[in-house]
Design a protein around this ligand. Structure first.
Ligand SMILES: C[S@@+](CC[C@H](N)C(=O)[O-])C[C@H]1O[C@@H](n2cnc3c(N)ncnc32)[C@H](O)[C@@H]1O
Length: 253
């Protein structure tokens, strides 16, 4: 496995599909790569593209996405990619008018680095972000630069917020029709997989029509989703994982 120390905090690993992921250096505690080692890009597409495409279909005038956590920004880059694809395929009259993307990332270095890349400033991670944008641009047949420009535009307009610790910066008014739940595992971060926590979170922050995706298939998550009237599917997970979770709620009773 190719491992390159990038910074005192992180090393870059190349996953089996050739795309990069990060792992904290041992002294920092969390010793779990951010993605499945069978393919970071492929896992992102497998788990998170579907809820985003569904969300775009029922977004009508607003596309409100929650991303936990930012990490290397795969899901933010994916979000911009599918949005650009949607615009390419849709008539101007049907363009989504309001976008609201709220990303959470507890690590300040990761927040700042990603924003630097979006704003064309230097960060040690820039080549990684560009590589991810390149892969996304190829997938959707869109210019790579448009992905970064769209994220920059969303940020400047306040349509994309880059927050710290989840769930601390959620406000009472935050409601999402897409939830990309990419936290570390319950072994590392048990609190965000707790059933009562998830139940309250969904009750307060999921729109009536909502899609959620996550690489995990925790019983606590499934119970909280069912209690909130989501239809839950837990098919085979990515890269040999037993299951992942897709959940949708088309309408509330
Ligand atoms: C599995 S990685 C996410 C990978 C990311 N979606 C990507 O595409 O690169 C989990 C991320 O969540 C962050 N994190 C962990 N706990 C958090 C919390 N309570 N609030 C916000 N971010 C958190 C970690 O620092 C890490 O970057």
């Amino acid at each position: 496995m190719i491992k390159t120390k990038l910074h005192s905090t992180f090393s870059k690993l190349i996953t089996l599909d050739g795309s990069p992921t990060l792992i904290s250096n041992e002294a920092q505690g969390v010793h779990e790569p951010m993605h499945n080692m069978k393919g970071a890009f492929s896992e992102t597409i497998y788990v998170y593209e579907r809820p985003l495409l569904q969300g775009l279909n029922y977004a009508e005038s607003t596309f409100a996405v929650l991303s936990l956590g930012l990490g290397l920004g795969y899901n933010e880059i994916l979000c911009a990619g599918v949005f650009l694809l949607h615009e390419k395929r849709t008539s101007t009259a049907n363009f989504i008018k309001n976008v609201y993307l709220k990303s959470f990332e507890i690590n300040r270095l990761l927040r700042e680095s990603f924003l630097f890349w979006v704003q064309d400033k230097y960060s040690e991670f820039n080549s990684i972000y560009s590589e991810i944008a390149h892969l996304m641009a190829l997938r959707y047949d869109i210019p790579e630069q448009e992905i970064k420009s769209l994220l920059g535009l969303w940020y400047d307009k306040g349509d994309w917020e880059l927050c710290g610790k989840f769930p601390d910066e959620l406000t009472q008014r935050d409601r999402f029709n897409v939830i990309l739940y990419d936290a570390y595992s319950s072994r590392t971060h048990p609190e965000v997989w707790d059933e009562d926590f998830l139940d309250h979170f969904l009750r307060a922050h999921a729109m009536d029509q909502c899609s959620l995706g996550t690489y995990a298939a925790k019983g606590s998550l499934k119970r909280a989703l069912l209690a909130n009237q989501f239809h839950v599917e837990q098919p085979k997970g990515f890269g040999g994982k037993r299951s992942c979770t897709y959940a949708t709620r088309k309408n509330r009773d």
